[in-house]
Design a protein around this ligand. Structure first.
Ligand SMILES: C[S@@+](CC[C@H](N)C(=O)[O-])C[C@H]1O[C@@H](n2cnc3c(N)ncnc32)[C@H](O)[C@@H]1O
Ligand code: SF4
Length: 448
């Protein structure tokens, strides 16, 4: 890869897990607005849930998630009371809807005790109806799952377990405060597999302190030996101005943007050699995995959890900091767990902010999602879906093609396709279609 491309297109940009992106959400969307939106949701609309558990029993220095370390279980148990209150409140407004997908994330939902896992499953089943093929995915920290919990999560109905690996190299692990052996990870995966949980995902990071091509190659070989169905290879987002604990990471041993680029390429190459299909910017799946299939059919989606097969029109976020997307727009809950709990336990929807979508923003959102998922935008589809807005958005697409001096895109008048050379920079290309993108780049992480 031409080095000047990396220099030119690696400026910080959003990850585009939503459009508009979360920094543009505002306090004008409050609990009354959200209650109105929930009441209006079409009963035929499929619904999925995201539940956030913002606690961990360790603090990894690289972590960019909304979470905090706890030494005792008490705060988790209290928080779960508020989560139960919010589940009841939302279902009282939206009715006993059929769920197509449930995702438990954090933080580490696997910190929950067997009793609380069981209670949460019962609460969700009494508030909602689970579709027979409902996908239930769980983010697992291999550090806090053991024999006492596997059966409870299996009874909960988990269909996909997603394990944080990050890196197996002991020097890298020490530099990010995340000790985790290969054996510990293998046992966590086996625990779910032998109980019939069908799909395993692993998260791996590049761009971590002390990572080199050699250490990454070894980690990738170990990861591949665990035969995950899916794999996410994320670039470490170093944002110490937002996540203070990342200051504990020694910046002098972070790979530079060229090294990051080479690491991402090496990881992708090794996974493709092992038979994985490359999906979007950072996902990989076995050819028989549902994500590989929907990607090939052109039906891949992108939401706050990254790439997804879930095309539900209504995603409800539950828990502190959780973000939902309804047909009318986005809503985000209060981030601070104390305030979240007070509000939910007092019978209030704990909304902090959000964004009501205008049709022009839906059109731009669709275009950015197409680019991020399929590396292509078809103007005929844009015109069919958004007849009133298509021309304004198409002007920006044509301008992107006209100003492309580096062969990152091809445009034949009816569709814009990102070239293999342009794919690593698709976030930067998406930013050029984003009218909100001004000079506030410092908020975002590196594009590569
Ligand atoms: C909520 S965590 C995973 C579950 C569990 N807590 C664990 O760590 O094993 C979700 C994933 O986000 C990714 N992640 C966290 N912080 C990140 C950062 N600063 N940059 C890129 N990815 C990050 C990690 O790969 C992590 O596995
Ligand atoms: S990476 Fe996972 S376990 Fe580590 S602090 Fe973040 S959420 Fe918790």
């Amino acid at each position: 890869m031409n080095r000047h491309l990396i220099d030119q297109y690696s400026a910080p940009v959003p990850r585009y897990t939503s459009y508009p992106t979360a920094p543009h959400f505002h306090g004008g969307i409050d609990q009354e607005t959200y209650a109105g939106w929930l009441n209006e949701v079409d009963p035929a609309q499929s619904v999925s849930l995201y539940l956030h558990v913002p606690f961990c029993d360790r603090l990894c220095w690289f972590c960019g998630c909304h979470t905090k370390q706890v030494q005792r279980y008490d705060p988790v148990a209290k928080y779960l009371e508020a989560l139960h209150a919010e589940i009841k409140l939302v279902s009282s407004k939206i009715g006993r809807r059929r769920l197509s997908a449930v995702h438990l994330g954090g933080g580490s939902p696997t910190i929950m005790s067997p009793y609380d896992i069981q209670r949460l499953g019962e609460a969700l089943r009494s508030a909602f109806e689970f579709a027979p093929d409902c996908e239930i995915s769980l983010e697992v920290d291999p550090n806090d799952i053991d024999e006492s919990k596997f059966d409870f999560w299996t009874d909960f109905g988990v269909t996909r377990a997603s394990f944080g690996v990050q890196d197996f190299d002991p020097v890298v692990q020490q530099a990010i405060n995340r000790p985790q052996t290969f054996e510990q990870t293998r046992m966590a995966i086996e625990g779910f597999r032998k109980r019939g949980v069908g799909s395993m995902n692993l998260d791996v990071l590049y761009g971590l302190p002390h990572q080199t091509m050699e250490t990454l190659q070894r980690t990738m070989e170990q990861v591949i030996s665990l035969s995950p169905d899916r794999l996410a290879l994320f670039g470490y987002a170093h944002v110490p101005w937002m996540k203070k604990h990342q200051r504990l990471i020694d910046e002098t041993v972070l790979p530079d943007r060229h090294a990051r680029f080479d690491q991402a390429s090496l990881g992708a190459e090794l996974l493709e050699q092992a038979g994985y299909i490359r999906i979007g910017i950072d996902h990989f799946a076995r050819p028989d995995d549902a994500m590989a299939k929907v990607a090939l059919e052109g039906n891949l989606h992108r939401n706050f959890q990254g790439y997804t097969t879930d095309g539900a029109g209504c995603l409800i976020g539950l828990g502190a900091s959780a973000i939902g997307r309804l047909p009318q727009g986005y809503v985000q809950n209060v981030v601070a767990t104390g305030e979240y709990m007070t509000r939910a336990l007092n019978g209030q929807l704990p909304v902090a902010r959000g964004y009501a979508l205008a049709n022009a923003e839906r059109a731009t959102g669709w275009v950015i999602e197409s680019l991020m998922c399929a590396f292509e935008i078809r103007l005929s589809d844009l015109a069919t879906l958004f007849p009133g807005e298509a021309e304004t958005v198409a002007v920006r697409i044509r301008a992107l093609a006209e100003h492309d001096a580096d062969g990152l895109v091809e445009f034949d008048g009816s569709s814009l396709v990102v070239t293999p050379r342009g794919r690593p920079f698709v976030r930067t290309l998406a930013a050029r279609l984003d009218p909100f993108m001004t000079r506030d780049e410092a908020r975002y992480s590196a594009a590569v």
